[in-house]
Write a protein that binds this ligand. Structure first.
Ligand code: SOE
Length: 398
């Protein structure tokens, strides 16, 4: 840690799953990377004073707030990190940017295209004053994904023809799994589509450097009524419910599938579901190009598969690259070759890239405009599922 580096005061709103993931990232980033600014974990914000105090002590925050607007009035806070459900992203992020605070906002950027549009406009206004905003599509920072993008950019797989992407989880496959804000449209905007489908939209566009132009989609809700969570249910995802207790109505999709046409001509097949029994956090992406293919599965996240179509047929085949060499993206700051990284490291790398961009006064990526473009793809899938027709994505590519 560079003790002479100027400090960046951080206030984080929310302390559930994402709040905890971001907390460890703010803590680890300056300890493993030489950062131009040293993040200070100034304040954790949550509504319940007892719970936020417990979380702050456990996660390493210096103080607590129970009202996020207080973060905006504090001079020791330079950046607001938004880890709340989607229904409050727009209000918090816009107010923070208008108050001159940099913003990191969890994905999906918002619950609607209109909110994402307003957030993007606020980010553009703020950028004129050197205040920067980024949306947290964290998986871009998994080393194997960063390597995949690098190989595509170098032309190693040629012209891209097929994009195949799945995000598979199973944490609500059991009808007895309890209600959660992630199953309420008012809070989450959509279900599997926005929560995890948004990641594969962002990742495939990031890796290919291309954008989805049109989609044809299908949404399905398999279980419409679920038990409410038991009060003591502390699980980060899922949790426990009371037998025979009150139930709540699921108002989002459990699964989303769609076909996509990319602007550059590639065709895509996408699937996002929380009902893929046995698949816990399987983000599977395969890209086939004129010169070769790439394949990735987050459940084996330190590996990237590469097929080089120019190799002799006798010995050609997918090569399993262990992405743990110090020369691989982000890896050099961590462990000796082969020792591997985990889910949390993507969040740490996100902090590294964000802090570096802020120190240089450069736009961190993905920007709110990128988040808005992903939002427009999600909206087009929903619209297509309603109408049964192909839908163009309405927002211009950033
Ligand atoms: C729940 O499906 C979830 O926590 C997502 O919201 C995250 O974005 C993903 O990283 C893990 O799964």
């Amino acid at each position: 840690m560079d003790t002479n580096a100027p400090e960046l005061g951080v206030g984080l709103v929310g302390h559930a799953f994402m709040g905890a993931a971001h907390s460890q990232a703010w803590r680890s980033a300056p300890r493993f990377f030489d950062l131009p600014l040293t993040p200070r974990m100034r304040a954790l914000c949550g509504r319940d004073p007892g719970r936020v105090a417990e979380a702050a002590a456990r996660l390493g925050w210096e103080s607590t707030e129970t009202d996020w607007t207080r973060l905006l009035t504090r001079d020791d806070i330079d950046l607001v990190d938004v880890c709340t459900p989607g229904d409050s992203h727009a209000e918090i992020a816009i107010a923070a940017l208008d108050a001159g605070k940099h913003v990191l906002c969890e994905k999906p950027l918002a619950n609607t295209v209109a909110e994402a549009q307003a957030m993007t406009e606020a980010a553009e206004r703020a950028a004129a004053n050197g205040v920067l905003a980024m949306v947290g599509f964290t998986y871009r920072r998994v080393p194997a994904i960063a390597l995949a993008k690098q190989l595509v950019d170098e032309g190693r797989i040629g012209e891209i023809r097929h994009v195949r992407a799945q995000y598979l989880q199973d944490w609500i496959a059991d009808p007895a799994a309890p209600m959660s804000w992630r199953l309420e449209k008012d809070k989450a905007g959509s279900g599997a589509l926005g929560d995890i489908g948004a990641h594969i939209v962002d990742l495939t566009q990031h890796i290919t450097g291309d954008h989805i132009a049109r989609v044809s989609g299908l949404l399905e809700t398999f279980v419409h009524e679920r038990p409410l969570p038991s009060p003591s249910s502390g699980a980060l995802l899922g949790g426990t419910s009371q037998d025979g207790g009150p139930t709540g109505h699921v108002t989002v999709d459990d699964a989303a599938v769609f076909l996509a046409r990319f602007g550059g001509g590639a065709v895509g097949v996408f699937e996002a579901t929380r009902f893929a029994t046995g698949r816990k956090n399987a983000i599977r992406i395969e890209v086939n190009g004129s010169l070769g293919s790439l394949a990735f599965d987050f459940e084996d996240m330190n590996v990237l598969h590469l097929y080089d179509a120019q190799e002799a047929a006798e010995t050609a085949g997918f090569r399993r690259i262990l992405v743990t060499e110090p020369t691989h993206p982000y890896v050099g700051a961590w462990w000796p070759p082969g020792h591997g990284l985990g889910y949390e490291h993507g969040f740490t790398h996100q902090v590294v890239d964000l802090v570096t961009a802020i120190s240089k006064g450069e736009q961190p990526l993905p920007s709110f405009a990128d988040g808005l473009q992903v939002q427009s793809v999600l909206a087009a899938v929903e619209h297509s599922a309603e109408t049964g027709a192909w839908q163009p994505t309405a927002v211009p590519v950033p």
